[in-house]
Design a protein. Structure first.
Length: 190
């Protein structure tokens, strides 16, 4: 894919985030997915998704609202927040995506667990990037992978996040390439 394609991936920060972190995520997203990346705040208030009983935010309604903000030249939207997210069947989620859809979200809330002062920035950045790419992968129809080193491997704990690589396995890479080709064909109308 080349940069002349009009379609882009929007990174949408919710709240205040380190510019260096957002730039790093953008570079990794562009490297792996090949689309131009633009940073733009799309949703400012997510109080509508707050669950008072759980004291967490239900991520699915946030995804729906984000998807409504997509413009015709938007391929995907990746939202980044620091609020604690959940879906009803799980205690919490690091992120959620619309499988084969437009939007995904990640939360940095639980990605700071067990960090030491010496290694905190590098490990934190690594975790955030892995989760961002993982959730974007789902929007490109990638499912959870059985290979524990693949970035699409399902993580039950922060230890799992740390142990997987920041790369797709060979099989998931082929699936992503096929989906990108299908998407480009659709975009170009051929």
């Amino acid at each position: 894919m080349n940069d002349t394609i009009e379609h882009k991936i929007i990174i949408s920060p919710m709240g205040d985030h380190d510019t260096d972190l957002l730039d790093t995520i953008g570079k990794e997203v562009k490297r792996l997915f090949g689309f131009p990346v633009e940073r733009k705040k799309l949703v400012n208030n997510v109080d509508f998704a707050f669950d008072t009983k759980r004291e967490q935010y239900y991520s699915t309604p946030i995804l729906e609202k984000l998807a409504l903000k997509a413009t015709p030249d938007t391929s995907r939207i990746l939202a980044i927040t620091d609020i604690d997210l959940f879906i009803p069947i799980l205690t919490f989620v690091y992120g959620e995506a619309q499988l084969g859809g437009t939007s995904c979200i990640i939360s940095t809330c639980r990605l700071t667990k067990d960090l030491s002062a010496e290694t905190s920035k590098d490990i934190f950045y690594s975790r955030v990037i892995k989760e961002a790419i993982h959730e974007l992968g789902h929007t490109f129809k990638l499912l959870h992978c059985k290979d524990p080193s693949c970035i699409m491997h399902y993580c039950r704990s922060i230890k799992d996040v740390d142990q997987k690589s920041d790369q797709l396995c060979r099989y998931c890479k082929i699936l992503l390439d096929d989906e990108k080709k299908r998407l480009l064909k659709k975009i170009s109308g051929s």
